[in-house]
Design a protein around this ligand. Structure first.
Ligand SMILES: O=C(O)CCC(=O)C(=O)O
Ligand SMILES: [Fe+2]
Length: 362
């Protein structure tokens, strides 16, 4: 009896059917620098084992070119730091709406609080989620409510550094897989979290409220997060439960449930990486739907996305990251080349429209 109930409750997902490649990062293969070891492209403080970097690079290359997605395990970000950040975001959301308004995202910038409905990936359907974007690790960008949120800034800053370091490792691993001769690719991301005026990298705290079926506007036609591809180089995503995340794998239009592997971080490629590699790496379409199952949709869901972007001034020329780039540069000579900032601003105007103009929702 009990057994059949469990089987019935089990969701069929990409994770449960082993369709998402799993990559073991071995805590990023960190090792102590050897005495007198030279500076490495500005990242002297962290040194990775070449063997781990090479293996991870090859696995990422296969995963992002064939599936557009992978699960990272042993990534080295402590679970407690992730949970502490969700807790702090809950405290923020519990504060009165006047406080939320003080920190609202304004057009022309990307940091701050985004309330349900401000962001619409399809341009019309409001999204049932609260998010908070962090683009720069200084106090002016983070809520400083000494009385009510004393630990928010410190907790989120610490976690952001963890994601930034993990991203540097991934950039190094990709760099080694794509056999790039110089460290330009990694250096082109050196402004991560120094502010969206130099680099659009963002750590986004996300909370999807529980869906209560008999409340108006809650489930009919609503979406937790509309279908889209991410804009940057890649995205790292952690979630606390299965809660409606779906993807379209390369070559398929079918939406498939991702599922949940506790403790793992998902990586998916973004549009800039896809242009840069002439679509060798896919920008993965994804969305978060209101789950069909009452048990799942009636609980809230937390996630955190770290959007890794190149510096705004980086020219993104198609195929530039491919090993045989001379050939690809020739056949793309008539394509207009944009810098990372121009590519992203176009996306933002599609997603936010005029709704957040001056910080006011319409
Ligand atoms: O919360 C999630 O699972 C996905 C969020 C997402 O795709 C985004 O904010 O771009
Ligand atoms: Fe996304």
């Amino acid at each position: 009896m009990i057994k059949s109930k469990i089987v019935e409750d089990k969701l069929d997902t990409l994770v449960s059917s082993n369709a998402v490649p799993i990559i073991d990062l071995e805590n990023c293969g960190r090792r102590a620098p050897l005495p007198g070891e030279p500076m490495r492209c500005g990242y002297s403080s962290i040194v990775y084992k070449q063997s781990v970097k090479t293996r991870v690079g090859q696995q990422l290359d296969k995963a992002l070119s064939e599936k557009g997605i992978a699960l990272l395990v042993n990534h080295g970000i402590p679970d407690e730091k992730i949970k502490a950040a969700w807790e702090q975001f809950d405290h923020f959301l519990d504060l009165p709406s006047e406080v939320h308004d003080r920190y609202k995202r304004k057009d022309g910038t990307n940091y701050g609080y985004v309330s349900p409905g401000m962001e619409r990936f399809d341009g019309k359907t409001p999204e049932l989620r609260h998010t908070y974007n962090i683009c720069k690790l200084d106090d002016n960008n983070l809520p400083a409510e000494a009385e009510t949120l004393p630990k928010f800034a410190k907790t989120i800053t610490e976690l952001s550094y963890e994601f930034k370091n993990l991203s540097k490792f991934i950039l190094w691993a990709m760099h080694s897989a794509l056999e790039m001769p110089t460290c330009d690719f990694v250096d082109k991301h050196s402004g991560m979290l120094s502010g969206d005026d130099v680099n659009m990298t963002t750590l986004r705290m996300i909370y999807y409220p529980a869906i209560v079926d008999d409340e108006p506007d809650q489930s009919e036609g609503a979406i937790r997060c509309g279908a889209h591809v991410d804009y940057g180089t890649f995205t790292l995503l952690t979630q606390n439960s299965e809660g409606g995340l779906e993807v379209q794998l390369p070559g398929s239009e079918k939406w498939e449930r991702v599922g949940h592997l506790p403790g793992a971080i998902l990586i998916n490629g973004g549009e800039i990486l896809s242009i840069w590699t002439k679509q060798r790496y896919h920008a993965l379409p994804h969305r978060v739907i209101v789950p069909e199952r009452v048990q799942i949709r009636s609980r809230g869901r937390h996630s955190i996305a770290y959007f890794c972007h190149p510096d705004n001034s980086t020219m993104i020329s198609p195929g530039d990251l491919l090993p045989n780039k001379t050939e690809s540069a020739e056949d793309s000579s008539d394509e207009k080349i944009y810098n990372a900032y121009e590519l992203i601003q176009k996306k933002f105007s599609d997603t936010y429209g005029q709704r957040s103009q001056g910080g006011n929702e319409s």
